[in-house]
Design a protein around this ligand. Sequence first.
Ligand SMILES: C[S@@+](CC[C@H](N)C(=O)[O-])C[C@H]1O[C@@H](n2cnc3c(N)ncnc32)[C@H](O)[C@@H]1O
Length: 233
Amino acid sequence: MFRKPDLEILTTTLWEYPSQHYGSKMQGNQDYRGATPSYVIWNLLKRYTREGDTVLDPMCGSGTTIDVCADLKRKAIGFDLRPIRVDIQQADARFLPIKKETVDFVFMDPPYSTHLEYSDDTRCLGKLDTRDGSYYEAMEKVFGEMFRVLKDRRYVAVYVSDSFKKGKPFSAIGFELYARLSKLFRPVDIVAVVRHNKTLKRNHWHTSAVDGNYFLRGFNYLLIFKKEIGPKH
Ligand SMILES: C[S@@+](CC[C@H](N)C(=O)[O-])C[C@H]1O[C@@H](n2cnc3c(N)ncnc32)[C@H](O)[C@@H]1O
């Protein structure tokens, strides 16, 4: 029988774990489209936060960040445009209803432009295109909010993938978001997280990628940055 390995702090820039969840319970919900593998958040919180710290996820989805925070005794604040749990508050990530410099860490797994459909809400970033720039413009606003609410000398991590759809131009979302985050924060590192998506192995995906001579997304970027505004006077 398959037994999940114990979690450990990963030390290279290539992360992989054979399950969406660790331990005997689920963190977040694997049926939520686009849910984040929980070991990614666990590793970030272990490195960049301490017990009692306040962790913000402005696009909380199925609440994976909240559940990992509970396991590690961090305080979680989760927002989403379309909250699906009572412990997630409703807000547009471009206008967060929290005071400046009040959180110790921000994790965010945003829509990767129009990659997945999340809701009918017209403010959903999953409706915005990379090619007309509207997606990047909106993401810059979200980054501005993350900068505003984060304490000085604390960290943010953004989990994102590039986007390719057959017949459409390739969008290097990881590079574009890295450049925009660099305007506000100091770059710390880039981790490649292996994607374990069983549907990618299904035959029609595989044969289309071979026949069409394109690649399926095999990794996500984890972009890690630090806020540094220097000494106060
Ligand atoms: C990739 S999912 C997040 C998955 C989540 N980390 C989890 O593990 O379940 C992206 C989320 O962004 C939310 N979203 C999209 N536009 C938003 C906006 N303007 N403000 C807040 N949330 C937004 C979507 O509703 C969706 O839940």
